[in-house]
Design a protein around this ligand. Structure first.
Ligand SMILES: C[S@@+](CC[C@H](N)C(=O)[O-])C[C@H]1O[C@@H](n2cnc3c(N)ncnc32)[C@H](O)[C@@H]1O
Length: 336
């Protein structure tokens, strides 16, 4: 098998995120922040961007729907300056629509989808600052840090917020992965649902469909599915962080209940879409789990940064109100 380039790997990984950003969510922590990031995360970025000179060029990598790029614009406005802000992401992104929902003017930022941070295509020494929030750690870090060093001006700065292995977000991620394991290993609802829909798919007309629904095998499959839905409900009750498992079970139930009205083919298609969404959600969770850093990982990160000509600061833990762990912060400047 041929080895994939950094860029190919990045674009393939971006596919799972494309679905997420298509929902027009502004950022990747919608449960924790209703508008754009606030509190300590906002403060960190306003501090980082706040020192930049008028006319500075800023690039936000792994920008998603642009949350940090918009914070760079806020920092410019607060200090009465103008920055030229760009945002890139390996996924297909929708920042304009996400921004509109929050009354943000997205026209101040130039966004590019399907652009890997390992290979941005920008000329050397283009930017005064590069930001990355919960992004660089998903990429091939050595390649991305080398790329950042290349596109930063001498003396330019990079700012990072990175996933922390002990953060609340990672605890939730692990709980959600357990829920997906449960849905796969102990309550595999989709399997009997597909079997049932396949049987019903042979129906020649609505009368035949009604008859097939009453056949003993159909009834047995429905009973099996109902028992599994009950099992998922109990699991979700005992694991509040995995409540989405119940939402999935209810969606399966809705699809099956609609079979009389919508027909088996439409139900089968809805089930396929649901399965695709579940697979993309799980892929994102696995990526987050893999991306999260502990102190040793960060030592390695700093060593790699030094090797490509970046001078990193000491990493620090970022906490909300001194308690909830949000991640690591780190900055680095390009040697002059
Ligand atoms: C957790 S989201 C963070 C989004 C945004 N920075 C935020 O804080 O809301 C991670 C983002 O990094 C992007 N990403 C992952 N690997 C990438 C790569 N190699 N190049 C560019 N973007 C990448 C994903 O597509 C995703 O949009």
């Amino acid at each position: 098998m041929t080895k994939r380039s950094s860029k190919e790997t990045a674009l393939a990984a971006g596919d799972a995120w494309s679905r997420y950003w298509a929902s027009r969510t502004l950022h990747s922590c919608p449960c924790a922040f209703s508008g754009n990031y606030d509190d300590e995360i906002r403060e960190f970025w306003l501090g980082f961007f706040g020192d930049l000179p008028d006319g500075a060029r800023v690039l936000d990598i792994g920008t998603g729907n642009g949350a940090v790029a918009f914070l760079a614009c806020d920092a410019a406005r607060q200090s009465d300056r103008t920055f030229h802000v760009e945002g890139i992401d390996a996924a297909e992104i929708h920042p304009a629509e996400a921004a509109r929902q929050h009354g943000i003017d997205a026209s101040q930022v130039v966004f590019s989808s399907r652009t890997a941070c390992e290979q941005t295509g920008y000329p050397d020494a283009r930017f005064d600052a590069v930001s990355s929030q919960y992004a660089v750690e998903y990429s091939r870090v050595a390649d991305t840090l080398a790329e950042i060093a290349r596109i930063l001006k001498p003396g330019g700065r990079a700012g990072f917020i990175l996933h922390h292995k002990d953060s609340e977000a990672l605890a939730t991620t692990r709980a959600e992965i357990r829920a997906f394991d449960f849905l796969r290993d102990e309550a595999a609802l989709v399997v009997p649902s597909r079997r049932l829909l396949k049987r019903l798919g042979y129906a020649r007309n609505p009368q035949d469909l009604a008859k097939r629904l009453q056949e003993p095998e159909s009834k047995r499959l429905r009973a099996e599915i109902e028992a599994l839905i009950g099992k998922v409900g109990q699991f979700a009750g005992e694991n509040p962080q995995a409540a989405f498992a119940q939402a999935i079970a209810l969606q399966v139930a809705r699809i099956l209940n609609g079979v009389g009205t919508n027909g088996p083919a439409a139900a089968m298609e809805s089930l396929r879409i649901l399965e695709d969404e579940m697979a993309a959600h799980r892929a994102r969770l696995e990526a987050i789990r893999k991306a999260a850093q502990d102190a040793t990982d960060l030592d390695r990160f700093c060593e790699t940064a030094r090797a490509v000509g970046l001078l990193p600061s000491a990493p620090a833990e970022l906490r909300r109100a001194g308690r909830e762990l949000l991640g690591w912060t780190l900055s680095a400047s390009r040697a002059t």
